[in-house]
Design a protein around this ligand. Structure first.
Ligand code: HAM
Length: 424
């Protein structure tokens, strides 16, 4: 026997028994996006490598070590998208969607990052992302946060998720702050490892969210960005936090929240949970006003966030997701009437419509075995049609109330009358 093949490390199969959870999350997203009038956009999973270098940033972990990049057959450098914002902005610029107009987009799809796989962290994972372009002011940031809060409410997981917010200030504030941070960490250079020394030189803000315990004290004593921000940047952030308070959305101001992508400025936020171990970020985003111009478009403000679908699915209580049973199961007990019964089942589907879930059993066997399978399937009505019943033009139907024989021509009507009450 040949060796069985396995999925590539970090690429996760989502099996049918998990689908209900994913469908619940996706249905919540669609309902929410309809309710807030956001437009869906579907984008390619492959983009030019240059796009991510110019947006996410060459110095970030994502671009530096986590991308699935390769040369196409015609030697063009391309990358499986590690996130959705860059492609969404590329598409908007390319199709002139940002020219003198505002946009509110959402997308759902797979992203790819070559990270070390563990619970809640995969190399292919799904993101739901939301991007609003051309809208200044803190109200749109508030709307982004309200979207998250409402989804947690729809899914019944509000109590498991907390909001953290921070401001990175304007690029000018950051420039000044960067120099201060470099000075601060420089004095303890010998405590930094190779990667941290690189960060110190290129992107010292990332040292603030380092998990290295040796840095904890240095991080705690580091100068705070909010002490070195312009009055304008401070006022912008204060307006947002005040609005959150007024709307009763609880949050924590985490001055060390810096995000792992380079395009942010001013507000950044993260929804975190304690229920998933090390992978505590459920959704995250912020303002990224400079990005569209950086990618060759007109200067434009932009805000967005993305949520890890697998992480949210893992937060849903398993017992709150009912297993989906068919409404009706049809068995052709005798093999020689199997095709006729299948044709009749088609007419039953025509009569009831596809909102009724009707499964047909094709396995044959004795009446006793088929009856056992019917019980295991758990349909609300099982039809075990044998040759005698077929000739008598009647269907023996089993429900929780026992057996009943119904003329074949009246089965649809009978099911509608007798099962509709319970249908959820
Ligand atoms: P991000 O923080 O890199 O932001 O990812 C957003 C979310 O995707 C994370 O909070 C997490 O839930 C999920 N996620 C990330 N990596 C993995 C992984 N390896 N396995 C499972 N889930 C993961 C962005 O991607 C930005 N594009 C968000 C954004 C949109 N900012 C503005 N607009």
């Amino acid at each position: 026997m040949s060796k069985t093949l396995q999925a590539i490390r970090g690429m996760r199969d989502i099996l049918p028994n998990e689908m209900t959870t994913f469908h619940t999350v996706e249905a919540g997203i669609r309902e929410l996006m309809h309710g807030y009038h956001y437009q869906e956009i579907r984008l390619p999973v492959l983009e030019s490598t240059e796009l991510f270098k110019r947006s996410v940033g060459e110095e970030t972990d994502i671009v530096g070590k986590e991308m699935y990049s390769f040369l196409s057959r015609s030697d063009e450098p391309m990358t499986l998208r590690p996130e959705g914002t860059a492609g969404c902005m590329r598409a908007g610029i390319e199709h002139g969607l940002f020219y003198n107009q505002t946009q509110k987009f959402w997308y759902l799809g797979p992203m790819f990052r070559y990270e070390r796989p563990q619970k809640g962290r995969y190399r292919q994972f799904q993101q739901w992302g939301v991007e609003a372009v051309g809208i200044e002011g803190h109200q749109i940031e508030l709307e982004m946060i309200l979207l998250g809060a409402r989804l947690w409410q729809i899914l019944g997981i509000t109590d498991k998720i907390q909001l953290q917010v921070n401001s990175l200030g304007s690029p000018a504030c950051r420039q000044h702050y960067r120099a201060l941070l470099q000075k601060h960490f420089h004095q303890a250079r010998d405590q930094l490892n190779e990667a941290e020394l690189q960060r110190l030189a290129r992107n010292p803000l990332r040292l603030l969210d380092s998990k290295n315990p040796a840095l904890a004290e240095l991080i705690a004593s580091a100068p705070r960005l909010d002490m070195h921000m312009s009055n304008e940047a401070k006022a912008h952030f204060a307006a947002l936090t005040q609005a959150l308070t007024e709307m009763g959305i609880s949050f924590v101001h985490n001055p060390h929240l810096v995000r792992g992508l380079d395009y942010y400025q001013h507000t950044v936020f993260e929804w975190v949970t304690e229920a998933l171990g090390a992978q505590n970020a459920v959704a995250a985003g912020g303002r990224y006003d400079g990005l569209i111009e950086q990618l060759g478009g007109q200067p434009s403000s932009a805000v967005g966030f993305a949520m890890g679908v697998e992480r949210v699915a893992a937060l849903l209580k398993e017992d709150s997701i009912p297993k989906v049973m068919p409404d009706v199961a049809v068995f052709a007990v005798d093999n020689d009437i199997a095709v006729q019964v299948q044709a009749w089942t088609e007419s039953l589907r025509d009569a009831l419509g596809l909102s009724w879930s009707i499964t047909m059993d094709h396995q044959g066997g004795s009446h006793k075995n088929q009856s056992k399978r019917a019980d295991k399937l758990g349909a609300r009505a099982s039809l075990l049609i044998d040759k005698d019943a077929w000739e008598a033009k009647a269907a023996p139907i089993k429900t929780v109330d026992g057996w009943v024989s119904v003329p074949l021509g009246k089965v649809a009507e009978w099911l509608r009358l007798n099962l509709t009450q319970e249908k959820v």
